[in-house]
Design a binder for this molecule. Structure first.
Ligand code: MN
Length: 727
């Protein structure tokens, strides 16, 4: 239940909404009103009034001065609950909806960003703020909030007054101007001026007041013949003499170096036509120039060429009574509303019902357009125009250095990009990064508003992998340059090593022959070869002394091993007498699976293929396991013939140090062990390591394993294992 005070406030708000909005959800506004009132019930403002009066007045400003929709009014009522009360974002989502929760959250966040950082980099701050806003209503509510705070600034300390007024002048005023919110812009500017230079403000105020009667009389005299003419033509219109805003008078005095008394056009006459026909404006201009002589070069047709913020009007200056200059503005009602209310009015005229999300999106696009035009026309500095274009494509982010300076980076930039932007040296020695106080991976994508700190170490150098994720051209170029330099160093190092080796080996080799050797070894070019030499991945002496016979096509170690295994396996399978099925020799077409290469001694199974007969696999073959799941019925039991008392061939792979006597020690060990004999031996030596395969006769796998264990005990042996080929 409301007290009569709140009931009256509520009724007023609804009345204003009814007047300014074609359509709105009263239940939503009522709910927001009750919710905010309850949330703020214990708090007071600096003025001693209930805190709720503030969000209420902010909602009133929206409803009266920039009426857009019910959501922005409800959000205005709720705009301080996240910051000042126990209410959470989740509660707002639950109680209202995501849109309202996001708007309130946005208002809270941008307020925080402005407060926490010195606003000396105003241009960047404006961009930062905009980049954080994705719903235009966040900005409208923030403007209204700031306007109400400025209107009630008298209750704060002098120090706070100055800080807030400065912020208003540097950030909110230019923003309001670009959004076409003329009324709010002038009021913010005059209020800020009042606190920043109270003496100048007071001086102008007094002088305007003192000369008011005189000026009003003059305006009346000037207007009279115009009115007469307009009435004759039966036009519907409003005509007013509008005093210039305090700050614009002040600025004129400063820029023109004139005293207050010397500024003539303190008044402008404004004619607002109640028509949708823009040509009426030109007719009226014609009528006026019949009455007063126009001043040359002072005609501005902002109807044909609207200002960047969509402002439209005809401005002309004429010589009025007593030879004084008077500025006259002519516009339609619609142009007037757009000039005064900007964004909100634009929407009002575009649609006569509640805006859909799509229309809100269009509105945001339209605002972006305003920004683009504004930057093109107003900012001479090409860099700023470029920056703005970046923003328009939402391609930019704004991050802070630990000292609070803003850095502009393209979207998707990482701490490495940031480091190189700070200084090439910082980039080169970057070893880690902290974002908002937490250590993050170096490929982390930064977000607007992040505070980034780069950790450096003198010993750190750029990593080749950085090139893959950095996105700024500066970082890319520097990293590439560094990699190139390092490569050149390695090439030089490799060249020196080759020269040294040639000298030591007393070999003369010309470049062509060297290139042939290098190509034979499958290096792309000489540089790649030198790099490998420097990195120590090839033995330069061995490389340079290789024998010409290596000209025959080289087979890889794997290929050699495979061929040798096949030779051995065929031999072993044949010698044992093939495979048995149910005790009989398997005499249908069969072969041995290449995936597991079964050899005598292995437990085996047969798989009946389509067209290739029976394929013999090892029992534990992974492929076979898969086949069995699908085709269980196609598996048959097979076995090697029983070797009890007989021998079958097995092979051993052996690697060890190539020392004198090694081979004889190996053969002694095998032969002396239970009458095993060696069937064949194949040894190769490479860089004083030998690689060998030995085929031997064994009784069974146990027997083989014993032999392997024995061989392992020989001095200088590295590995001994059963020779098998598993893919
Ligand atoms: Mn507020």
């Amino acid at each position: 239940m409301f007290t009569t005070r709140y009931q009256r406030m509520y009724d007023n708000l609804i009345e204003v909404c009814k007047k300014n909005l074609v359509n709105f959800d009263e239940k939503l506004i009522r709910k927001a009103f009750d919710f905010a009132l309850e949330a703020h019930k214990k708090d007071l403002r600096a003025s001693g009034e209930p805190y709720f009066d503030h969000p209420y007045e902010v909602a009133m400003i929206i409803a009266k001065e920039i009426p857009l929709d019910d959501v922005s009014i409800a959000s205005a009522l709720l705009h301080d609950v996240l910051e000042d009360t126990e209410i959470t974002y989740e509660m707002l989502v639950k109680e209202f909806n995501q849109t309202i929760a996001d708007i309130v959250d946005g208002v809270t966040k941008i307020g925080g960003v402005i407060r926490d950082h010195d606003a000396s980099q105003a241009e960047n701050y404006r961009k930062l703020l905009l980049s954080m806003v994705n719903d235009i209503r966040v900005i409208l509510v923030k403007f209204a909030d700031r306007l109400h705070n400025m209107r009630t600034l008298e209750f704060l300390s002098r120090e706070k007054q100055i800080r807030i007024a400065k912020e208003t002048m540097q950030i909110y005023v230019p923003f309001a101007h670009r959004f076409g919110l003329a009324q709010i812009r002038w009021e913010l500017e005059d209020l800020a001026f009042k606190y920043l230079d109270p003496e100048a403000y007071e001086d102008i105020r007094k002088k305007l007041k003192a000369t008011r009667r005189e000026r009003e009389a003059y305006i009346k005299k000037t207007i009279a013949p115009i009115k007469q003419k307009l009435d004759q033509e039966k036009l519907k219109y409003e005509i007013e003499g509008r005093p210039k805003h305090f700050y614009s008078i002040y600025r004129k005095m400063i820029t023109r170096g004139k005293a207050f008394e010397e500024i003539y056009d303190l008044f402008a006459i404004r004619i607002i036509l109640d028509t949708e026909n823009i040509y009426e404006c030109y007719n009226v201009l014609g009528m006026i120039t019949q009455i007063y002589r126009p001043v040359p070069d002072r005609l501005h047709d902002y109807i044909a060429i609207p200002k960047s913020n969509n402002y439209q009007s005809i401005h002309t200056t004429v010589v009025g009574p007593e030879g004084k200059m008077v500025e006259i503005q002519i516009r339609t009602r619609r142009m007037h509303e757009i000039a005064e209310k900007g964004v909100a009015a634009h929407w009002k005229y575009k649609n006569s019902y509640k805006p859909s999300n799509k229309q809100i999106e269009e509105l945001v696009d339209w605002i972006r357009e305003i920004f683009e035009n504004a930057s093109n026309k107003e900012e001479a500095n090409k860099e700023i125009i470029k920056d703005f274009k970046y923003y328009l494509q939402q391609d930019e982010i704004f991050v802070f250095t630990p000292k609070g300076d803003i850095r502009v980076l393209p979207k998707g930039a990482t701490p490495i990009d940031f480091a190189f932007q700070i200084h090439t040296k910082v980039g080169f020695h970057c070893i880690g990064a902290k974002v908002n106080g937490k250590i993050v991976p170096l490929d982390t994508k930064l977000n607007s508003g992040d505070q980034v700190e780069i950790l450096t170490s003198k010993n750190q150098t750029p990593n080749k992998s950085w090139e893959k994720f950095v996105i700024t051209s500066k970082a890319k170029q520097e990293i590439r340059k560094w990699i190139k330099q390092e490569e050149n160093k390695k090439v030089e190092e490799g060249k020196a090593l080759v020269a040294k080796a040639l000298k030591k080996l007393k070999i003369h080799i010309n470049n062509d022959d060297l290139l042939k050797l290098v190509q034979k070894a499958k290096f792309e070019n000489l540089n790649e070869f030198y790099k490998a030499v420097a990195a120590g991945t090839i033995d330069i002496q061995e490389f340079l002394t290789q024998k010409p016979e290596t000209e025959k096509p080289q087979t890889t170690k794997e290929e050699v091993e495979k061929l040798e295994f096949e030779k051995f396996a065929d031999n072993a399978r044949e010698q044992i007498g093939g495979v048995l099925i149910a005790g009989d020799k398997l005499d249908v077409l069969h072969n041995y699976a290449k995936c597991c290469n079964p050899i005598p001694g292995d437990e085996i199974l047969g798989f009946i293929t389509r067209g290739e007969g029976v394929k013999i696999h090892r029992k534990n073959c992974k492929n076979l396991e898969r086949l069995m799941k699908v085709h269980e019925g196609r598996i048959i039991d097979v076995a090697w013939p029983n070797t009890d008392g007989n021998y079958f061939i097995a092979a051993i792979k052996i690697v060890g140090e190539d020392r004198p006597g090694m081979l004889s020690e190996i053969s002694q060990t095998i032969v002396n062990y239970q009458n095993t004999n060696i069937k064949s031996v194949n040894f190769q030596t490479h860089r004083s390591i030998f690689y060998g395969t030995i085929s031997i006769n064994v009784k069974n796998l146990d027997h083989l394993n014993h032999i392997i264990e024995r061989l392992k005990k020989i001095n200088g042996i590295e590995t001994v294992e059963r020779f098998e080929l598993l893919n």
